[in-house]
Design a protein. Structure first.
Length: 477
């Protein structure tokens, strides 16, 4: 029980209800969509996360229900008995009435306390006494009873662990996908705005005196504007589609009223988004991912449960229970008229030896379960480490590519300014200007798309390092 619910308590995640402070923070920033608020809103509103959360609650209650059947507290037990003997069938020879309580424990231990009255009739008269009595029973060395109950609850335990893992993965997958849609939307919106910006530049050229005096050049610029206009319409469709996909991922009916805040690439600056992933060592990132990996924590909980079953199977050959009880009669009288006060104490020992073959199968199954979980943990660690090396390497390369593209954009802007000046002075043909314009536009567009791929790497590293739970204020230690 401790192993199964320890993870629930330690992670604070299985009935995840955000604090009122967190809800207030969410309300204050709800009008802005950025990487952090995307996580917050998707976590709170995505229906598939809610469905997984309720499934987890259901599995937890089912697990508790099973254990409660063997760990009951019975607050009131009333027991009444009367007896008639064959020697005197016309009258009752004894009667007893008790009221008490009982507590049972999962390992088979129990404790009870009763108060009652007892009366007997015989040839010499009637005896009567009032008493309190109690008894405790507990395993002396080991409890086969506990092993059998642990084995019986395997289905409920597996259901709980699976619901736990499914919930964690559902949260991570939804938040990962929501960020993917967000980063794609940001990059394509930036490309769309860039196309509009350069279209406006070309349109402003048509007002230049030199252009008005050269109709053939004006037609070339108009053709370029029409081409840009076609591109703009295509990107508008893409952006519109991405907005719908984003609102679906985060569980909103509409993005109306929300301001979509772009993530700056930080080009040419020392501080930029995702910098810690680029500059930290791979070993540091992997270590953090392992420490935050909720799935590994759950698997360790499964392993502890299997180890408990193995231990119980090794110690469960004997079921040795000790019982200690006593009674104190505080009022009454004997048949001869004397006082009925007194006390009695007793102790019992119950020993059972169980089939060794059954226990061996239980032990072998537990050992196989342990090896299975160990292999799953190792596979998870290797897979995560490999993904981190891949994503981190790509992020580093794309960051260098971005810096190179940024320098290229700045250089091409200067070249375009010179070409424009030369063209308006009649020193260069329109073809040279348009070629320079296209080169500048394509380089800037490529910069945003590479930035999108860079953010995808950061998104995947966030996913692998399970930073979502920390950002949501959910303890994972």
């Amino acid at each position: 029980m401790k192993q199964c619910f320890g993870i629930l308590v330690c992670l604070g995640i299985f009935i995840p209800i955000l604090s009122s402070a967190s809800e207030q923070a969410s309300a204050d920033t709800a009008a802005v969509l950025n990487p952090d608020t995307i996580i917050q809103i998707a976590y709170e509103r995505n229906p598939s996360i809610a469905a997984a959360r309720h499934k987890l609650r259901s599995s937890e209650y089912n697990y508790k229900l099973f254990e409660s059947e063997y760990s009951q507290f019975i607050p009131l037990i009333i027991d009444s008995r009367v007896q008639r003997s064959s020697e005197d069938s016309e009258r009752i020879t004894s009667g007893k009435l008790t009221a008490g309580l009982r507590k049972e424990f999962f390992d088979g231990s129990s404790a009870s306390l009763d108060a009652g009255n007892e009366t007997e009739w015989d040839s010499e008269g009637r005896s009567h006494n009032q008493f309190v009595e109690g008894q405790v029973e507990f395993p002396l060395f080991s409890s086969n009873r506990k092993l059998s109950r642990v084995i019986k609850r395997t289905f409920e335990e597996n259901e709980l662990h699976n619901a736990n893992l499914n919930y964690v993965e559902r949260v991570r997958a939804v938040l990962h996908d929501a960020q993917e849609e967000y980063y794609d939307l940001i990059a394509r919106t930036q490309v769309l705005n860039t196309l509009r910006k350069y279209k406006e530049r070309l349109e402003s050229l048509l007002d230049e005196p030199w252009i008005r005096d050269h109709p053939a050049d004006a037609r070339q610029i108009e053709d370029e504007i029409n081409s840009l206009d076609s591109d703009i319409k295509g990107w508008q469709v893409t952006v519109s589609s991405l907005k719908i996909r984003l609102q679906r991922k985060i569980g909103l009916e509409s993005l109306e009223g929300f301001q979509i805040e772009p993530v700056p690439l930080g080009l040419g600056k020392n501080d930029y988004y995702g910098r810690h992933y680029v500059e930290e060592s791979t070993r540091t990132v992997v270590k953090r991912a392992m420490a935050n990996d909720v799935q590994i924590k759950v698997l360790h909980s499964v392993m502890e449960s299997a180890k408990e079953k193995k231990r119980l199977a090794e110690q469960g050959k004997w079921d040795t229970f000790v019982s200690i009880g006593g009674r104190y009669s505080y009022a009454g009288f004997n048949g001869d008229g004397g006082p009925g006060k007194g006390y009695s104490v007793g102790m019992g020992l119950k020993v059972k030896k169980f089939d060794a073959k059954v226990l061996d199968y239980s032990r072998l199954k537990a050992e196989a379960d342990i090896r299975n979980v160990e292999a799953r943990i190792t596979d998870r660690e290797l897979q995560t480490a490999a993904r981190i090396r891949q994503e981190k390497g790509e992020a580093e390369n794309r960051r260098r590519q971005l810096e190179s593209l940024y320098e290229s954009v700045q250089s091409r802007k200067k070249i375009y300014t010179i070409k424009l000046k030369n063209y308006l002075n009649g020193e260069e043909p329109i073809d040279a200007l348009i070629q320079t314009f296209r080169s500048l536009l394509n380089t800037e567009r490529k910069c945003y798309m590479v930035g999108n791929s860079y953010f995808d790497n950061i998104r995947d590293l966030d996913y692998l390092c399970a930073v979502y739970f920390q950002k949501l204020g959910i303890e994972t230690k």
